[in-house]
Design a protein around this ligand. Structure first.
Ligand code: ADP
Ligand code: MG
Length: 348
């Protein structure tokens, strides 16, 4: 029997959970990561530690696998492009390039007539000083941001001097939305316009890091349907293959906005591991490996909390769990503040 080998770029917890899902489908995984301590090496079949610029190692990796995917979006485009010459990379490198640039991403979404926050491109300090209309707002680097990194909340123009903004970077300035809620929709698109979509997930953040996710989301019917429709529209337009997450804002007037797209499995979808017949990870593997699509079935309502930094310690020492609770320890050796160390899902 020929066995598929899936190459995964990135070795964090998302890579771990993709590997576990692949193993269940009888697929081998090789993880390529530039972090020698990457936790996913505990879960994959083979681990390659090398930089994303090392062409020789990238070539060796490509030779060993049948298909390549990735678990985070901040991968140099050149790396994905190089690999794609040797083996199919899914989602396509061009999708990743678009989404990893906040300005290109937001322009793309607006062209689909989908609402986003108001935003403007900022190339230097002078640009910023004329844009009072966008304040209060958040200045965000156009590339490489995650978990609120590279972001400066700005209330008024007087603050700009004291923020020590590094104008060697490019930014967008986004008008602050008066948030009522944040939700996300996860969709897996298979080849040929087929997809599976999970119901909207309600999310809450602490210090711009996801803390808590639950289904069902407490939202009105219109936003329930609109968020799913928009997520499907985005995945269609991108001709996406794999699992994708769209993050949304809902303001105090119940207006829905797309915040951003993640071209990968997503933290808010961890509850799909226990609350659905097929998780976001398994669906991603099924889609990129052209395997059978199985209709999604929700099994239960659920809540997930992220265990950040030393919040993992009591669970590691003495996990007292009920039958409806599921603990995931990412097996990261170094406990750091603001680092996602694990999560706990409770079925309701
Ligand atoms: P990241 O790429 O770091 O996830 P996001 O753009 O998703 O960046 O911002 C992280 C969080 O910051 C959001 O989930 C939201 O809570 C808050 N935030 C970001 N932009 C805005 C905005 N324009 N209005 C209100 N809240 C925002
Ligand atoms: Mg985000």
């Amino acid at each position: 029997m020929s066995k598929i080998t899936l190459g995964i770029i990135g070795g964090g917890q998302l890579g771990s959970m993709l590997s576990v899902a692949a193993k269940r489908l009888n697929i081998r995984t090789i993880i390529y990561c530039n972090d020698q301590k990457a936790p996913a090496q505990n879960f994959c079949n083979e681990f390659i530690f090398a930089s994303y610029e090392n062409k020789e190692m990238l070539h060796d990796f490509a030779k060993k696998v049948d298909i390549i995917t990735y678990e985070f979006e901040n991968i140099p485009f050149e790396t994905l492009n190089e690999l794609n010459k040797l083996k199919t990379v899914l989602p396509k490198p061009s999708v990743n390039r678009l989404i990893q640039h906040r300005l290109a991403e937001k322009d793309f979404i607006n062209k689909l007539n989908i609402r986003t926050t108001r935003y403007v491109h900022i190339e230097n300090k002078e640009d910023l000083l004329t844009l009072e209309d966008f304040l209060p707002g958040i200045l965000k680097t156009t590339t490489m941001g995650y978990d609120g990194k590279g972001q400066y909340p700005i209330q008024n123009l007087d603050e700009i001097e004291s923020l020590n903004i590094d104008f060697n970077n490019e930014y967008i300035l986004e008008k602050l939305v008066k948030l009522k809620k944040e939700i996300s929709v996860i969709v897996t698109r298979f080849n040929n316009n087929k997809y599976e979509v999970y119901e909207p997930i309600e999310n809450s953040h602490e210090n711009q890091i996801l803390k808590h996710s639950k289904i069902p989301a407490d939202i009105n019917k219109k936003n329930f349907q609109q968020s799913k429709d928009w997520a499907i529209m985005i995945s269609e337009k991108l001709k996406y293959v794999g699992t994708l997450c769209v993050e949304f804002f809902i303001d105090r007037n119940e207006n829905l906005y797309v915040n951003e797209i993640a071209p990968r499995v997503h933290n808010s979808g961890h509850l799909t591991l226990n609350a659905y017949n097929i998780s976001q990870f398994e669906n991603h593997v099924r889609a990129v490996c052209s395997m059978e699509q199985i209709p999604l079935k929700k099994l239960s309502n659920a809540e997930m909390i992220n265990l950040i930094g030393d919040q993992i310690i009591p669970y590691r020492n003495n996990p007292k769990l009920n039958d409806n609770q599921f603990l995931f320890d990412y097996l990261k050796k170094d406990i750091k503040e603001k680092r996602k160390m694990g999560h706990l899902t409770t079925l309701k």
